[in-house]
Design a protein around this ligand. Structure first.
Ligand SMILES: C[S@@+](CC[C@H](N)C(=O)[O-])C[C@H]1O[C@@H](n2cnc3c(N)ncnc32)[C@H](O)[C@@H]1O
Length: 275
């Protein structure tokens, strides 16, 4: 399934063409239930529009508004029959809470697709769902129902616009949410690093090891009083260090790990130099 583009309803495509546990990563930017017709947004400006353009725009566009009807009822039944009992419990609870309305139709459409997306993900796979505040709170519940709440990893807040000037009685919606869930705890994670310029490296990482590796000294003092993190710590160099009156910023096991990794140093009484 590498390098293949499918065109059509993703529910049909997933069921007909995508095997169980065959996908590494899902990123979905579904309709947000914005109740907007995107025909207008996707069409060329009126002055430039020809009849052909208008027809073409209609083909490309989609209607982001949902209604409780036979299609929604059928999707609801499909979730009931999916064997994903937690997902169905959740959807059913939402139906009790919301009633049979447009939001419920939207969430049912999403639930039946999220179940398929969960099915096709590999055990090492991840899913990113991009949405906005219209339905993000309900979508996160659905994801908990389909993946399990413990498979939630992070909510990425994407600042997509500048502050609005036209908000009178509320705060401007300037972020979208991207929910990151994984199929299992054995998920693939490629740590990202960013190259920084020589000047920035020199100013930010002012200390240098004999092998030329730069590093930055970070305090191990807790910013607020934490009596449970107030203990003397004896490092591998035999010196016992007392914490700041607030306590250490981490527990003894982590201090021991830093020590073993030669990442501890003391400006007054060197313990172990950072490697
Ligand atoms: C919020 S837009 C995503 C736009 C896109 N990410 C971009 O930046 O241009 C949602 C998209 O989902 C598509 N869509 C809606 N329902 C769909 C379905 N059942 N199967 C496949 N695509 C669907 C719409 O056509 C639309 O392009």
């Amino acid at each position: 399934m590498v390098n293949r583009l499918h065109y059509g309803d993703n529910l049909d495509i997933l069921r007909a063409h995508v095997r169980d546990e065959s996908v590494d990563l899902v990123y979905l930017d579904p309709p947000f239930n914005s109740n907007a017709s995107y025909n207008i947004i996707f069409a060329p400006p009126k002055a430039m529009r020809t009849r052909i353009d208008a027809q073409h725009a209609q083909i490309q566009a989609f209607e982001d508004s949902w209604h409780w009807n036979d299609t929604a009822e059928d999707a609801f039944d499909q979730v009931a029959r999916s064997g994903k009992s937690k997902a169905f419990d959740l959807l059913n609870a939402l139906r009790t809470f919301l009633g049979e309305n447009d939001m419920m139709a939207y969430l049912t459409m999403m639930a039946v697709r999220l179940i398929e997306l969960h099915r096709v993900l590999k055990p090492t796979g991840s899913l990113y769902l991009h949405c906005d505040p219209t339905a993000s709170h309900y979508l996160k519940l659905l994801l908990d129902g389909v993946f399990g709440p413990e498979k939630f990893r992070t909510e990425i807040a994407w600042k997509r616009t500048f502050a609005h000037g036209n908000v009178g009685r509320a705060y401007g919606d300037i972020t979208d949410a991207i929910f990151f869930y994984t199929k299992t705890d054995r998920y693939c994670w490629n740590q990202q690093y960013r190259q920084i310029s020589g000047d920035k490296a020199r100013s930010k990482y002012g200390s240098v090891d004999p092998d030329g590796r730069r590093w930055q000294s970070v305090t191990l003092r807790n910013p607020s009083a934490r009596p449970n993190l107030h203990f003397p710590f004896t490092a591998s160099n035999g010196t016992t260090y007392q914490p700041h009156p607030n306590g250490w910023s981490c527990n003894r096991e982590r201090l021991q790990r830093y020590d073993a990794e030669r990442r501890l140093h003391s400006q007054r009484r060197p313990a172990v130099r950072c490697a």
